[in-house]
Design a protein around this ligand. Structure first.
Ligand SMILES: [Zn+2]
Length: 202
């Protein structure tokens, strides 16, 4: 078995793998969001029906320059695509949890909130809405300890720089860190996230 990296923008090293994502990042949404969505729809239609992929990362970001109204429209359209193609979403959300939770009600497929750095209270709010949690290298320790095993994922996203400044996309060290926080083995955590991922695809 290999370490699952649920969200990354870089190739995975030996012994690690990811699940691809296709979507419109909230930072990239333009006034032409309808065209962006129809290009995405064509891409999804071209994929073999048994392919495992996420739609995303998509979502809402109040700190970016892209129009928030356009972000809402593009995100809703991607929720519709996810419902239609029966794929989970990988979520990017910055300072927009209220709108996220409101739109969650339209979703009929699982969501994974990526790069979660919030506290346990904020995490519980997402979990109650049926949203899974993915932790990267920056995380709240209490949240990483308390997250229910069956709703937990790990990711490198943009990766890190090693001591010589070279980019390092390995997720194994994060498995080691989180496993020791949760007082379980790295192998048990690896098995858990793989099992969780299989539940996202139905
Ligand atoms: Zn990302």
């Amino acid at each position: 078995m290999a370490f699952l990296n649920i969200h990354t923008h870089h190739p995975c090293p030996e012994g690690e793998y990811t699940i691809p994502s296709y979507g419109i990042h909230p930072w990239d949404v333009t006034d032409q969001w309808r065209e962006q969505v129809s290009v995405l729809r064509e891409t999804l239609q071209s994929l073999p029906s048994e392919t495992r992929y996420f739609i995303g990362e998509c979502g809402l970001d109040k700190l970016t320059s892209a129009s928030y109204q356009n972000q809402l429209s593009a995100f809703e359209a991607q929720i519709d695509l996810a419902n239609q193609f029966r794929r989970p979403l990988i979520i990017h959300c910055v300072r927009a949890v209220d709108d996220l939770l409101r739109l969650r009600k339209k979703a009929r497929t699982p969501w994974v909130f990526h790069g979660f750095r919030g506290n346990p209270q904020q995490m519980q709010q997402l979990l109650r809405a049926g949203i899974d949690i993915s932790f990267g290298f920056r995380f709240n320790e209490e949240s990483a300890m308390q997250c229910p095993a069956e709703h937990l994922f790990l990711e490198t996203d943009e990766g890190r720089r090693d001591s010589e400044g070279k980019s390092d996309n390995s997720i194994a060290p994060l498995y080691a860190t989180i496993a020791s926080l949760r007082d379980i083995s790295k192998e048990a955590l690896m098995t858990q996230t793989v099992t969780n991922a299989s539940r996202l695809f139905f």
